[in-house]
Design a binder for this molecule. Structure first.
Ligand code: GDP
Length: 465
């Protein structure tokens, strides 16, 4: 099968005239990757001469960005990010949200800028940054712990998790089926397929009905393009303690596919991530998890912890240990921050920093950096105030999708630390889907945002210096 490689991305250089940065964008499904990339590209394309667009991107504010253009990718292995379609959706009347992307995608930009350093200026006045943006489903990161587990270990842990909490009722049909077809029974292909289908349906229900995040293996819900999808046809099955799969049994088929999945899918993916990516942004829809309740929030935390392992710096980094790693800046961003007014955005930033425990991830090596922030890639609201029971409260004002009148929306108070059990007594709040602002197209006035420029300064500031 064709491993989903990031190959074709040639080396990062520190050369003045040929800088190249590979920025990977990820996040679980619905976290805002498509919106982020569309806004980032639109805003960068028009930033030359419009410093107000990205005021905290230093090179832009200092008017050092002279030009930006899209580049044709030189890599046939990765599909292009559908930029024309995503921009067209936002430029439509009325504008609509572009459909989410679900596979590995790529878009390349060239930024011409005036470097700040003496050497740069002496070398001819302008430099070029080739920015290669890669978009991949965050679900794929959830597979990292599988590399260190045997099929038996993984099966046991997955079955244990499936029986708990909100998962339990959703797992019923699959658990009953694998209970009726013991691991040491005949290795029948039809049974293996049915067991896999039921497990996949269980994962899908966990995502859509309970908003759960820790859904492994990551490719079951987000397979991406695969030359040989048959390696996916497995699922956990119960083994008696200490038992080994008898050759030719159902357990043996499942185990062989689990190992093939690790070898042919997980390993090449992490190897490419470790070797070819320089900068990473992880988008997290914290507000949605808060909104979905205690279990969804706790599950998002577990998923985040798994994702964090992939981007840990220093000697305990599993990625570094397995494949070496070149990523030296990682930003965790709580998205859709325009759902809450300014003060609550500060709360949200404290909460995401707390969730990813930034200090524990920091590297001793001084140049590796991790940060947490909030952002709205496409700002749909403005801040305002309202009176509730005679008290003035901060609200956001925006047009709900499909609506005719703007609403004043009071989102409640975002906790600054993971909330205690008492918090969950009443549901946090249901966020409306706001209609995005209409844009003029790639060369127009840009896309309104919150903190996109700060995120870019963290991720690319040094490359544009
Ligand atoms: P992806 O699956 O990670 O690519 O997620 P998308 O970028 O498609 O975002 C999913 C949905 O989240 C969108 O359709 C919007 O409804 C919402 N969304 C994404 N970014 C923003 C934002 O900056 N502000 C608001 N208000 N909603 C957003």
């Amino acid at each position: 099968m064709r491993p989903l490689q990031f190959h074709g991305l040639s080396g990062l250089t520190g050369l003045v005239h040929d800088r190249r940065v590979r920025l990977a964008v990820t996040g679980l499904s619905g976290s805002g990757k498509t919106a982020f990339i569309t806004s980032l590209v639109c805003n960068l394309l028009g930033t030359a001469g419009r410093p107000a667009r990205l005021p905290f991107l230093r090179s832009g504010a200092e008017r050092r960005i002279i030009g930006a253009k899209l580049l044709a990718s030189d890599d046939g292995a990765i599909s292009q990010f559908p930029l024309h379609e995503t921009i067209a959706a936002l430029a439509d009347d009325p504008p609509s949200w572009p459909p989410s992307t679900t596979d590995l995608r790529r878009v390349d930009l060239s930024l011409r800028f005036t470097p700040t350093g003496l050497i740069g200026r002496a070398a001819g006045g302008t430099a070029e940054l080739r920015l290669e943006i890669l978009d991949y489903p965050g679900e794929w990161l959830l597979d990292l712990p599988l590399l260190g587990r045997s099929y038996h270990e993984w099966s046991r842990a997955a079955l244990d998790l499936a029986r708990r909490g909100a998962r339990g009722p959703l797992a019923g049909e699959w658990l009953e089926f694998v209970g009726q077809h013991p691991a040491n029974g005949a290795g029948d292909e039809v049974i293996a397929q049915r067991a896999h289908d039921l497990y996949r349906a269980f994962l899908a229900a966990c995502r859509t009905r309970e908003q759960l995040s820790l859904l492994q293996p990551g490719r079951f819900l987000n397979p991406g393009q695969m030359a040989d999808p048959s390696v996916l046809r497995f699922c956990p099955v119960p083994f008696p303690i200490g038992a080994r799969a008898r050759p030719g049994s159902l357990g043996a088929i499942m185990e062989a596919r689990f190992e093939a999945y690790k070898r042919a899918v997980i390993q090449p993916f992490f190897m490419d991530l470790a070797r070819n990516v320089d900068r990473q942004i992880v988008l997290v829809d914290v507000l949605r998890a808060l909104n979905a309740g205690e279990e969804a929030f706790a599950d998002q935390r577990l998923a985040l912890e798994t994702i964090l392992e992939a981007f840990r710096f220093g000697r305990r980094s599993p990625l570094r240990l397995l494949f070496g790693a070149r990523i030296d800046r990682v930003l965790f961003a709580a998205t859709k921050a325009d759902h809450v007014p300014a003060l609550q955005r500060d709360h949200l930033e404290a909460l995401i920093a707390n969730l990813v425990a930034v200090p524990t991830l920091r590297a001793r090596r001084s140049h590796a950096r991790v940060a947490a922030s909030t952002l709205a890639s496409i700002r749909c609201t403005e801040d305002g105030t309202d009176a509730i029971d005679g008290r003035k409260v901060d609200v956001v004002i925006g047009l709900p999708q499909g609506g005719h009148r703007r609403i004043r929306f009071f989102p409640g108070i975002v906790p600054v630390t993971p909330p205690p059990s008492g918090f969950w007594g009443e549901r946090f709040t249901d966020f409306p889907i706001f209609q995005p602002p209409r844009i003029e197209g790639a060369s127009g006035e840009g896309v309104p945002h919150i903190n996109l420029d700060k995120a870019l300064e963290f991720l690319l500031g040094d490359a544009l210096a």
